[in-house]
Write a protein that binds this ligand. Structure first.
Ligand SMILES: [Zn+2]
Length: 309
């Protein structure tokens, strides 16, 4: 991994297309180029260093390191992609497409596209379950816009104009968040079993949807109605940590997006989780973690289908 502590170091490390490509090859293939079409490592590198050809009979595909990544098929040079990835991965809330356009010297349309593609990479896909003391809470996002943009509102049934998100955070650990269609026992239980290891201690508010939590977990409830937000038992019964995450998520959405379509909300949740879970990482680690998610491409038409602008 390359090390850098600030934007000047970063720009030195990634000043040319070649340097960016080498880094991407290292991150993606760990030194052994593999055909993105058939997976074979029996590949030939052309003298220009950039293009490979698969030697497998029946494949023979030509490819570069960007094929199958979010960087594929764009006229934007890798140096700009990398800088944008860097800016978005180290910035605490993300930045608007307009700001990004100014930083990179590209059109706002291009910046919008880069911004959305890079967001795909800023995904906290930590497969491990949360454990220990885990705070769980639900929140509602959106719905505060005026009526004229009704069609762009996030509407997911249940609670009228807002979308529902359930989140779980391990004390001194990671967060996970998911958009759910309805805050009922079924959705809550299903999501929690995806997020949290059995036998963990779970702290929630008194919402009735958490009534079955005790079946799989040790359940502690915060009694909000009595203004008793922190109770001193053997553990501190509060949900301040997850509420802190909600304000991060809300700031991110409010700061940049005037409205959020349901399609994008999960992505914003993932991005906020990435930032939260990487908040102690150094800049080079964050960048590497983001880049590790560069495969899985989002095309322009997918991105703009039924789209907010
Ligand atoms: Zn192949």
């Amino acid at each position: 991994m390359k090390t850098f502590k600030n934007i000047l170091d970063f720009q030195k490390e990634f000043s040319t297309e070649e340097k960016c490509r080498e880094y991407l090859e290292q991150q993606r293939w760990n030194g052994t180029p593999a055909c993105p079409f058939c997976g074979s490592i029996n590949v030939h590198r052309f003298p220009n260093g950039k293009i490979f050809k698969c030697r497998e009979k029946g494949c023979r595909s030509k490819f570069s390191v960007t094929v199958g990544t979010i960087y594929e098929n764009t006229k934007v040079p890798l140096t700009k992609w990398f800088l944008a990835t860097y800016i978005l991965s180290v910035h605490s809330k993300g930045i608007s497409s307009l700001q990004l356009a100014n930083w990179l010297g590209v059109t706002q349309k291009t910046a919008w596209f880069l911004n959305h593609r890079i967001r795909e990479m800023l995904t906290a896909n930590a497969p491990e379950l949360l454990e220990g003391i885990v705070e769980v809470d639900e929140t509602y996002v959106g719905g505060s816009e005026s009526n004229k943009h009704q069609s762009k509102r996030i509407i997911r049934g249940g609670v009228g104009k807002k979308a529902m998100v359930i989140g779980a955070v391990q004390r001194n650990g990671s967060v996970k968040a998911k958009v759910i269609p309805k805050t009922d026992k079924h959705n809550i239980n299903e999501t929690l079993s995806e997020f949290v290891a059995p036998n963990s201690i779970m702290v929630t508010d008194e919402h009735h949807a958490y009534n079955q939590v005790h079946l799989n977990y040790t359940h502690k409830k915060v009694n909000h109605r009595d203004k008793e937000y922190v109770r001193s038992e053997d553990i501190k019964v509060h949900t301040n940590t997850i509420e802190g995450f909600w304000s991060l998520l809300k700031r991110q959405i409010d700061g940049i997006h005037h409205s959020v379509s349901p399609k994008h909300l999960q992505r914003y949740c993932n991005e906020a989780s990435f930032r939260y879970n990487n908040k102690k990482s150094l800049q080079d680690e964050r960048f590497a973690n983001a880049l590790a998610n560069c495969t899985g491409r989002l095309t322009y038409s997918e991105l703009t289908k039924n789209e907010e602008k």
